[in-house]
Design a protein around this ligand. Sequence first.
Ligand code: 3HC
Length: 314
Amino acid sequence: MHNEHSDAHFQLRIDNGEHIEAKDYMPDAYRKHLIRQMSQHAHSEVIGMQPEGNWITRAPSLRAKQILLAKIQDEGGHGLYLYSAAETLGVSRVEFIEQLQSGKAKYSSIFNYPSLNWADIGAIGWLVDGAAIVNQVSLQRTSYGPYSRAMVRICKEESFHQRQGYEIMAKMMKGTKDQQAMAQDAMNRWWWPSLMMFGPHDTDSPNSSNAVKWKIKRETNDELRQKFIDKTIPQAELIGLTVPDKNFKLDEKTGHYKISEINWDEFHRVIEGHGPCNKQRLDHHIKYHQEGEWVREAALAYKQKHLKKELQTV
Ligand code: 3HC
């Protein structure tokens, strides 16, 4: 019988499909892996608010503005759930923000691309949130309890994000020639970076073997990417968009689409900080984080005052 506070007992629990909770025994490497992935996931949600926030004041209708506002607010909330879930592993929010702002921590490469016009808001919702859904639905079954529960909550909101994006693209494809060209141009620019969201090929993924062993990942990068491709190509063709890959073809035997090779040089360039918007995204985050200092101070002062009052009445 294994001692409850041992790696062997931990792995047995993982193999039995149990949730690991914050106070349970876990190997340091499992904790570190989760801190890295969960905090970077949270950073991605918050940085992802920037490209879409760019279009709130220029939304083409009040309805479109309301939908975009609701979506961006959701993303902020997703960041909150994920930072809170990551903090259960013993790292503070302040440290996470410092890691992001100093460039030590990553966030999803996809948010380092510019949102050039309204069709980009459609492509982001449809492709970026569509890719995030495939990844996050799988992550609902992750072995760490707080992360799994955060994912269940987040997935409830993601499908609305994807639908509103697809609706924008479908509307534009029924529009004027110029609108159709805008939608196709957005598809051309967001398709490949969306595929990069799933990470490198499994054979080039240094974290995947542990992630699979510890059931942090229930499916691999390539498995999830393939799921997204198989789901999305028919959606594109349904509304008349052309997939920007002259070699893609459906393998009738497997039912999967084969695509050209992803540009991994671009992927590495962007995740190493040299994408089109990396500097702009971090500068923006630092500027508004500093300007928001007074809000955090006021919230803390309020909490301390009311905590003291509560303690006096006990
Ligand atoms: N962008 C930035 N970094 C990436 C990346 C990407 N698209 N894909 C991989 N990387 C990084 C990894 O973080 C890792 O670097 P690190 O060790 O310094 O952290 C390195 O590249 C090697 O990749 P691995 O496959 O070995 O790393 P993981 O096992 O962590 O897999 C992942 C990468 C699939 C992104 C995984 O971390 C994951 O599933 N994360 C949770 C989901 C997530 O973060 N999604 C980001 C988008 S959130 C979003 O879109 C919100 C929506 O509402 C819009």
